[in-house]
Write a protein that binds this ligand. Structure first.
Ligand code: FAD
Length: 431
């Protein structure tokens, strides 16, 4: 079947970036799945609602927040209850101002290192940056092991251009105070955060609201080829062909390049150099009324399988059945070697018991695993040049990648939406 959109741009992908591009540009959106939301999707299993890994809103962007208001996405505000599990105990986030539960020697090393930190040459990589900013004590106790576990590579292979205010640097007085007593601080971007309040919907409330405002999204339309000469996208192995004037793509860059019939050697090299981690999201429904009032816990230590757990039922009401609780554990893996489902479930459950999060006797009502192949883009030393090569090449073909995996950036949901909006608006003027 042939469809002609030669007078318009079309959008690939109905995640938040694609929906936003469709909404702001008035362009049709084509999505491989039978639902919208992409990485910001949520789904229910026997009455327990889970997002694709922890999703909270920490946006201060006026445009984004007023857009949500206009879309009637109601939000609840929460004061963070974030924690770190280390040396067999729980300390409040951020670790740098909450060392009072740690052995004295570790505390002393962390604080002494912090006092001497902040000096020296400009760091050459993310590992050096952590040592320079926080000192060797904090770096080796928490930051480096967590980074290795989370990113699946050594932080010495990464740049720190993406850090921004994601790793907060406290004042020395706060660090010293934190040696002696637990402190609830406002450090970091998510001291207060928001979450959609729609009962039983989850983070997907944003995508659902946006999808209602655009011409129907074309679901079950997987792009399987692009002919840049005739400006045609081939869907579902030839079932449908859509001609376009300009193509906005939010699908992951490596997948997008694969859709093109051929490309120059430098493009091939650039795409081979792109790196990302993958996240296995393990979702559990527990037959216990109030497991905890915490929102999330980080786990830097290597003998625990997950780097983070969260408690979806504490974000808003209605995300699990009455008198139950839910836990979501996130495990980073290499896309080439996804962990086997049953083994992963067993390991996660035994680590939850080992760390005292659940009791061995707790009844587990729901066990679910979601594999998010494209998790976080790894900012290694090739990323910037590779992305530029790929974007320049794609733009020369009138293809405009955006969103978290099109821009190939560490974008939060609001930033992904802004990326879709900017791309649509810039093309809108030229279309
Ligand atoms: C584990 C995890 C935790 C996160 N936590 C937070 C958080 O706490 N707060 C926050 O704000 N953000 C968070 N994010 C980021 C947020 O999820 C993303 O920024 C946002 O959802 C990205 O939207 P996108 O549209 O750019 O990409 P995606 O959501 O990936 O959308 C791309 C779409 O393209 C579709 N597609 C792929 N291939 C094809 C094809 N061949 N043809 C047609 N369609 C195709 C996909 O199905 C998908 O719907 C998190 C992300 C992850 C992975």
């Amino acid at each position: 079947m042939e469809e002609n959109r030669k007078d318009s741009a079309i959008v690939l992908g109905a995640g938040l970036a694609g929906l936003s591009a469709g909404y702001h540009g008035g362009f049709p959106v084509y999505e491989a799945a039978n639902y919208s939301g992409g990485a910001s999707y949520s789904y229910a299993v026997d009455g327990f609602v889970f997002d694709i890994g922890i999703h909270i809103l920490q946006s201060k962007d006026d445009y984004f927040l007023s857009l949500l208001k206009n879309l009637n996405v109601d939000l609840v505000s929460r004061q963070r209850s974030g924690w770190i599990y280390s040396y067999g105990c729980l300390s409040r986030y951020p670790f740098q101002v909450n060392t009072s539960h740690l052995p004295w020697l570790v505390r002393a090393r962390c604080v002494a290192g912090f006092i001497a930190a902040g000096k020296g040459n400009s760091p050459a990589n993310y590992e050096q940056w952590m040592i320079q900013q926080f000192g060797p004590g904090f770096a080796s106790t928490f930051l480096i092991p967590y980074a290795e576990k989370f990113w699946g590579c050594s932080p010495s292979e990464m740049t720190f251009e993406w850090v921004g205010n994601r790793v907060p640097r406290p004042r020395l007085t706060e660090v010293i105070k934190g040696m002696l007593a637990d402190q609830e601080t406002k450090l970091g971007t998510h001291a207060y955060f928001q979450y959609p309040s729609d009962k039983g919907v989850g983070f997907a409330a944003i995508a659902r609201a946006l999808e209602k405002k655009i011409e129907p999204v074309h679901y079950r339309m997987k792009a399987t080829g692009i002919d840049p000469q005739t400006k045609t996208v081939i869907f579902n192995d030839g079932e449908k062909r859509v001609g376009y004037r300009r193509l906005i793509s939010t699908i992951p860059l490596p997948e997008l390049i694969r859709l093109l019939p051929q490309h120059p050697a430098e493009v091939k090299t650039a795409v081979e150099r792109l790196r990302h981690n993958s996240i296995a999201v393990v979702n559990l429904g527990i037959n216990r009324a109030v497991l905890t009032d915490k929102h999330w816990v980080h786990f830097p230590e290597k003998d625990i399988s997950f780097f983070r757990i969260s408690f979806p039922g504490n974000f808003t009401d209605g995300l699990n059945p009455p008198e139950t609780s839910s836990i979501q554990a996130e495990v980073s893996y290499d896309a080439a070697q996804p962990p086997e489902r049953e083994e992963l479930l067993q390991k996660v459950i035994s680590d939850l018991v080992k760390t005292g999060i659940i009791d061995g006797k707790d009844e587990i009502l729901v066990k679910d695993v979601f594999y998010q192949k494209y998790g976080y883009v790894v900012y290694d030393h090739h990323r910037r040049d590779s992305v530029k090569t790929l974007h320049d090449y794609l733009n020369s073909l009138d293809i405009y990648p955006c969103g978290r995996y099109g821009a190939w950036e560490y974008l939060w949901s609001d930033e992904a939406m802004q990326s879709g909006r900017r791309t649509a608006e810039s093309l809108g003027k030229r279309c």
